[in-house]
Design a protein around this ligand. Structure first.
Ligand code: ZN
Length: 485
């Protein structure tokens, strides 16, 4: 079968298989000792992959942060070990000059001739430069293109302005569009440099786009920034991934690649999923993750289930990025779970899941953090896929369940924790090895499912009211990814 049947054909077909689990009314909460212990606030066993770093203000450090808010200390700092970079007559610290030499040689090997245009500038040099700009353009404009004395990265000996060896596009934004400029933007990180004032981030850096201004930070930071998609040093020290790494929609996909990087994919309304940003690295031990507003503050969070069994969440920040990991519970290693509101009146989404015993249980999230005692919804769920989504559009979450046989079942939720007897709403779904709800993919308020087929293609199945909308392929090549929601 090429794709799962459009289940509209099956609407109203009652499920008659006696093997189907019988749903049960919500029982009162009990927590047997064998079940996951819920330890709110316990220290997570896993290192936070979204670590944030304290900014460095030591003038002689290769990671020093110098910007319009943070001048050099002392203001008249002079670096040691200044050397004539590549005999250009412009000076850099010897470590930065050595790395720049390697970068220039690699560029030449790729067919790009580069030149050093400016390097170290002393406090006094910067003072005359800044005053010149103020007299020429006025102070407001001068401040967008020139640092005040004591506030320039060039005074650290770690910043260098470069250009085409031919001189074309010298100190102009068009340098970034030349072959050499593009090569530098793509490869500078390999040699410990960053394009310090990237396009689109002048609100963060305070400076206009300067594709020619490189800052040496060392390869540890330059590679880390790249892996985490931090566009500026300010983002790096704020522990704040690119604003693009914010989860902005319930249809965003998070996925882990073979290198253990957690990636975010988003789709323009109704479009294909495209890579957008790296959220972090070191996620190889993730069992499952969910994009959900766990604390109901209007910003999507990341709920994560680690292979070791701890469950936690990263609170999404409204300005972009995430807080550190907070524990939600322990002992979840063998749980198959999904996330959503089985109770309409509950403020926070909870966790629905089963252990190998196959008993489906709902754990309410009582505080926007840790989970409370569960209610049991019935046995017979072992080996199934489970998803919470509002299939019949009545405002209550329903349970959709994928059987190993390929049947997709719908259990109507009553909004107070109970679910009705199932009906079959699809067949042939055994070719799908990943299913998750997608909210807002086709526009605000839209509901549907994302499903990955065994050939790596990704599909969106929109919900009407108890009916499928036409299926749409929204991606391909997803086979190697461990995709989550
Ligand atoms: Zn510069």
């Amino acid at each position: 079968m090429a794709v799962p049947l459009c289940a509209a054909l099956l609407l109203g077909t009652p499920a008659t298989a006696p093997a189907l689990p019988a749903p049960a009314a919500a029982a009162s909460a009990v927590v047997p000792a064998a079940l996951p212990a819920l330890q709110a606030g316990a220290a997570p066993a896993t290192v936070n992959p979204l670590r944030s770093l304290a900014p460095v203000f030591t003038a002689s450090s290769t990671s020093v942060l110098v910007n319009k808010s943070h001048p050099l200390n002392p203001l008249r700092y002079v670096p040691a070990n200044l050397v004539n970079a590549r005999g250009s007559g412009h000076y850099l610290r010897s470590d930065a000059a050595g790395a720049l030499n390697t970068l220039f040689n690699a560029a030449a090997g790729a067919g790009h001739g580069l030149a050093v245009v400016s390097g170290y500038r002393s406090y006094d040099t910067q003072a005359s430069l800044y005053n010149y700009y103020v007299q020429t353009y006025g102070q407001a404009y001068a401040d967008t293109i020139s640092a005040r004395p004591g506030y320039s990265e060039h005074q650290t000996g770690l910043a260098v302005d470069i250009g085409n060896a031919s001189g074309s596009c010298g100190l102009s934004t068009c340098f970034g569009d030349t072959p050499a400029g593009r090569w530098v933007a793509a490869n500078a990180y390999r040699y410990g440099f960053i394009v310090r004032y990237p396009n689109g981030w002048s609100g963060t850096t305070g400076y206009s786009y300067e594709p020619w201004h490189l800052r040496y930070v060392g390869t540890t930071i330059s590679a880390d920034m790249r892996a985490r998609s931090y566009p500026t040093l300010e983002h790096y020290f704020a522990g704040n991934p690119a604003a693009g790494a914010t989860l902005k929609s319930g249809s965003d996909i998070v996925a882990v690649n073979s290198a253990g990087q957690l990636l975010r994919y988003t789709a323009a309304t109704g479009g294909s999923y495209k890579f957008h940003s790296t959220i972090g690295s070191g996620w190889g031990n993730l069992k499952q993750a969910f994009v959900v507003d766990w604390n109901s503050d209007g910003v999507y969070d990341l709920l994560v289930q680690w292979k070791a069994g701890n469950l936690g969440f990263y609170r999404g920040r409204s300005g972009g990025g995430f807080d550190g990991l907070r524990s939600v519970g322990w002992g979840w290693a063998d749980m198959t779970i999904t996330v959503g509101k089985l109770h309409r009146s509950h403020k926070y989404p909870g966790v629905l899941g089963y252990k190998p015993d196959g008993v489906l249980r709902y754990y309410p999230n009582t505080s926007g953090g840790a989970l409370g005692g569960f209610t049991s919804t019935g046995p017979g769920w072992a080996g199934r896929g489970i998803t919470l989504a509002d299939w019949n559009n009545d405002g209550n979450s329903d349970v959709l369940s994928q059987l190993p046989s390929g049947s997709l079942l719908y259990y109507m939720g009553n909004g107070t924790g109970g679910i009705a007897y199932p009906s079959t709403i699809g067949t042939g779904w055994q070719v799908m090895n990943y299913i998750a709800p997608a909210f807002g993919y086709a526009g605000p308020g839209t509901r549907g499912l994302l499903a990955r087929k065994s050939d790596g293609t990704l599909h969106y199945y929109g919900f009407g009211t108890k009916a499928w909308l036409p299926r749409k392929q929204v991606g391909a090549g997803w086979g190697p990814m461990r995709i989550f929601k």
